[in-house]
Design a protein around this ligand. Structure first.
Ligand SMILES: NC(=O)C1=CN([C@@H]2O[C@H](COP(=O)(O)OP(=O)(O)OC[C@H]3O[C@@H](n4cnc5c(N)ncnc54)[C@H](OP(=O)(O)O)[C@@H]3O)[C@@H](O)[C@H]2O)C=CC1
Ligand SMILES: O=C(O)[C@H](O)COP(=O)(O)O
Length: 458
């Protein structure tokens, strides 16, 4: 409860329970119930948030519909100005907000501050990009189509969808909230945010299998989804092995592997596998394991159930004969980094997403074997290739059925203006600031019909 009732949060706490914000006010729910936000490190309740009633949720949606009409009539420059102000406030309060990430999701303190600053930059870029792309439309003339004279002008522009429901995941709760809030608002939408339960924030959704379940209920509602991943790292014989080892450790173990874009399976040519495994193990041995407050590299995973799931994958691999490069070690939600070598396709961890500091290595004898394993996954978020041969890299990149392929670097969503999308079960549509703005608009055409054809200078 360190931050409860202090500084910036003082006005929004009611006793020990944080209020919810709706229709211009911080409110307490009539349910009288609250949801505990459990600190992954202490496994004690850190904060409590309102458990709203269905009636209150319905009222929030109604209020958003009403507010959206006025917001859509707010000039674009004004919408952008307000987003810039919001970005400044985010950055001004980066310390207390980052502290929440440390306590709520055990994000290492340095990474937590980085996320908040990155989020402020995302909001500002969104404001600028929104002015650029929403500030212009398209004029089409009829005589460009066979059989027509120039007697019709079509003005097309981008208009807001209405109310966007944003459902972000726990692991980047600020960044993956504003990556929906910013584009929605600059486009003239209203937005309702349902924060993940682990943290105290239209169907812009980020998450895992849940997304598939939600998409089946969405009917005609347009969806933008970024979902789970099993990002494959393909290592060829000519790769820079030091670069490979550094990127495997950063890519697979940052934030304890709790990143959608984490490296989640290494597919490495047999001839260089021993050397890379040795380099990675040496680096893993130097990682600091402990509480997020100490800027540890490996911190507790977000919930006990997550830790139990990860443990299940590890035990399955053990039963089926994987080589453990380290002893499996767990204390509460804290799991020590673990590299599993000689993993085979019959092991669950070859396919499932641990979302934790455990990495399987599968040895291959050809690039085609690596591509096959990557494409046999239900996921298709990102992947990466390490080779010095750019021609091979491009050919393999084209063959990998993933939304993004990184050449000679670990997978990453950032920088946030890059298009970011998942194929197959990894998502619907494309994020990245510009694509998100466009996905949160529709096109409107206005056609001017002239009494007779008119040709300029004719
Ligand atoms: N592609 C991407 O950019 C990213 C993908 N992810 C993926 O998300 C997963 C981890 O995040 P995590 O939060 O655990 O994912 P979840 O899918 O468990 O939850 C994501 C969000 O969905 C909400 N949710 C869960 N069930 C429902 C439902 N029935 N109706 C409406 N909302 C629901 C959750 O709320 P609640 O917390 O209350 O359950 C949470 O806010 C991983 O698979 C990871 O790969 C994560 C980050 C980015
Ligand atoms: O939620 C996630 O995992 C983020 O999309 C990862 O972002 P990053 O790859 O830029 O860290």
């Amino acid at each position: 409860m360190a931050l409860a009732g202090t500084g910036v949060f003082a006005e929004i706490i009611d006793g020990e329970v944080y209020r919810y914000y709706a229709d211009g006010e911080w409110r307490s729910s009539a349910s009288g119930k609250s949801v505990a936000i459990v600190n992954p490190t202490t496994r004690q309740t850190q904060y409590r948030v309102q458990a709203c009633t269905q009636e209150e949720v319905n009222k929030v949606m109604e209020a958003a519909k009403v507010a959206q009409k006025a917001w859509a009539r707010t000039p674009l420059w004004k919408r952008a100005e307000l987003l810039h102000k919001a970005a400044a406030i985010l950055k001004e309060h980066k310390a207390p907000i980052a502290e929440c990430l440390v306590k709520e999701i055990a994000k290492p303190a340095k990474d937590a501050v980085t996320e908040v600053v990155r989020s402020g930059d995302l909001v500002s870029y969104t404001a600028e990009e929104g002015v650029r792309i929403l500030g212009e439309g398209k004029l089409l003339v009829s005589d460009s189509f066979p059989g027509n004279e120039r007697n019709k002008y079509c003005l097309s522009s981008k208009i807001p969808l209405g109310v966007v429901l944003a459902i972000p995941p726990f692991n980047y709760p600020v960044n993956l909230a504003v990556s929906k809030i910013g584009p929605a608002l600059i486009a003239g939408n209203a937005l309702v945010l349902k924060p993940p339960t682990q943290v105290s924030l239209l169907h812009s959704f980020t998450g895992g299998d849940t997304g598939i379940a939600i998409s089946k209920k969405a009917g005609m509602v347009p969806l933008q989804m970024e979902l789970g991943g099993k990002d494959a790292c393909i290592v060829l014989e000519d790769a820079d092995l030091d670069l490979v080892a550094a990127n495997i450790v950063k890519g697979a173990f940052s934030y304890s592997g709790q990143r959608c874009t984490a490296v989640k399976v290494v597919l490495i040519m047999e001839s260089v596998a021993d050397a890379v495994v040795q380099k990675v193990n040496a680096k893993l041995a130097k990682l600091k394991v402990g509480p997020p407050e100490d800027n540890s590299d490996i911190t507790p995973v977000v919930t006990e159930s997550s830790a139990n799931f990860i443990e299940g994958l590890v035990m399955d691999a053990k039963e089926k004969g994987a080589t453990f490069c380290q002893e499996y070690r767990r204390e509460g939600n804290l799991i020590w980094p673990l590299l599993l070598d000689h993993v085979r396709p019959d092991m669950r961890i070859a396919w499932e997403e641990p979302f934790g500091p455990v990495l399987p290595v599968i040895r291959i004898n050809s690039a085609e074997e690596g591509i096959h394993h990557c494409n046999a996954s239900n996921f298709g978020l990102q992947g990466c290739i390490f080779t010095r041969d750019i021609n091979k890299a491009i050919l393999i990149s084209d063959a990998m059925e993933t939304g993004t392929v990184q050449i000679n670097s670990a997978p990453a969503r950032g920088p946030d203006h890059f298009p970011f999308q998942g194929l197959k079960d990894s998502g619907i549509g494309s994020q990245g600031i510009t694509n998100s703005i466009n996905m949160m608009t529709k096109v409107k055409s206005t056609v001017i019909n002239l009494p007779s054809p008119s040709y300029t200078m004719g």
